[in-house]
Design a protein around this ligand. Structure first.
Ligand code: KG4
Ligand code: ZN
Length: 341
């Protein structure tokens, strides 16, 4: 079974080709990404109009590159898939329309994939098997805690009430004068910093829900900067490692506390981390230690599958295909597509 998937929900154009059989590890034959990070960096965030224009420019060469890397031709592909939401409407349209067109031209099925399901399933590409677990998706746009009975059966436990974890990293990075995206920059700068130097809030820890909130933490960093420097704008360079380490620790503490509580609540013995923020090594180390202490198994995605990519979309589509599912060609994109209620 050979499947080609396109991901274009935000600022990365990505095409992947996977081969797989039910219950077997999926083989990534190609996973190509045309990153737009440099393009958007000057604006400090993603500009939707620029993103969609660049998706249309890069998509066709990227499909050809993926086929060349996989050493196959278009007629070998058994099924086509694309992200249909959530994301930027103008960006989603490019990838979804292209995948549908390829499917029609080849007379093969099309499968629409929820971007969040792609992230959620990314830790299981290597095994092809998805055990019942608690999933934490931490990306630039989402912070979502779910109970997963099996693929396609998701129950929402909690989500962020304001900023996503990655968004908080990016906004705090911007405040600190670090380049976009702030997540990896904060992680780098935090190395050698003191996590206790600043006492930042751990919001909603006492709240019985599984929801998160990161806007108070973001404001606390801003107030700290303002207190130190009335002409806010350039914090002292020497404070940066401590500020980054203290902020990062505050995010990690809350993510771990709520996820472990969710595992206890649901009785699941496995936790799976996904999304761009799950690349953060401090987060991975802290989760590894916390899970070991509670006798829980921790699964994470390979590094190439954490930030936006098409291999995770292809894998999610592959599992849907094995389940006998295919999407109608008039299935529309949905910028606010939900994964579970
Ligand atoms: O999953 P992703 O590529 O995009 C969305 O679907 O949103 O995640 C991108 C997010 C950005 O906010 C970025 O700052 C964050 O992941 N990120 C990190 C790290 N690497 C990427 N956050 C913290 N530490 C990192 N090492
Ligand atoms: Zn994503």
């Amino acid at each position: 079974m050979l499947l080609l998937a396109i991901e274009s929900s935000c600022d990365e154009t990505a095409v992947a080709i996977l081969s797989g059989e039910p219950g077997q590890p999926a083989r990534i034959l190609a996973s190509e990404i045309a990153s737009q990070i440099e393009l958007h960096r000057v604006y400090g965030g993603v500009v939707p109009e620029l993103a969609s224009r660049n998706h249309s420019l890069h998509l066709r060469p990227l499909v050809e590159q993926a086929l060349a890397t996989a050493a196959i031709s278009l007629k070998d592909i058994d099924c086509f898939a694309a992200t249909s939401g959530p994301g930027l409407a103008s960006s989603l349209l490019i990838g979804a329309t292209a995948a549908k067109a390829l499917a029609v031209a080849a007379g093969k099925p099309f499968i629409a994939v929820n971007h969040l399901e792609g992230h959620l399933l990314s830790p299981f590409v290597a095994t092809g098997k998805v055990p019942p677990h608690v999933a934490l998706i931490v990306s630039g746009g989402h912070t979502l805690l779910l109970d997963v009975a099996k693929p396609g059966h998701y129950r929402r436990l909690g989500s962020t009430r304001d900023d996503a974890a990655g968004e908080a990293f990016d906004k705090v990075g911007k405040m600190l004068g670090l380049p976009y995206p702030g997540g990896p920059e904060i992680e780098k700068t935090a190395k050698g910093g003191n996590t206790e130097a600043f006492s930042f809030p751990r919001s909603m820890l006492k709240d019985p829900s599984f929801d998160f909130s990161f806007s108070g933490l973001k404001t606390a960093v801003l107030y700290t900067l303002t207190d130190r420097n009335p002409d806010y704008g350039t914090p002292r360079t020497s404070d940066l490692p401590d500020l980054c380490a203290s902020f990062q620790k505050a995010v990690i503490d809350v993510l771990i506390a709520k996820t472990l509580r969710a595992a206890r609540h649901t009785g699941r013995d496995t936790i799976a981390l996904s999304g761009g923020v799950s690349l953060n090594q401090a987060l991975r180390h802290a989760f590894t230690a916390a899970c070991a202490k509670e006798g829980l198994t921790l699964l994470t995605a390979d590094s190439g599958l954490c930030t936006d990519n098409a291999a995770m979309i292809a894998f999610a589509a592959l599992l849907q295909h094995f389940d006998g599912h295919q999407s109608p060609l008039d299935e529309d994109i949905d910028p606010n597509l939900a994964l579970a209620t």
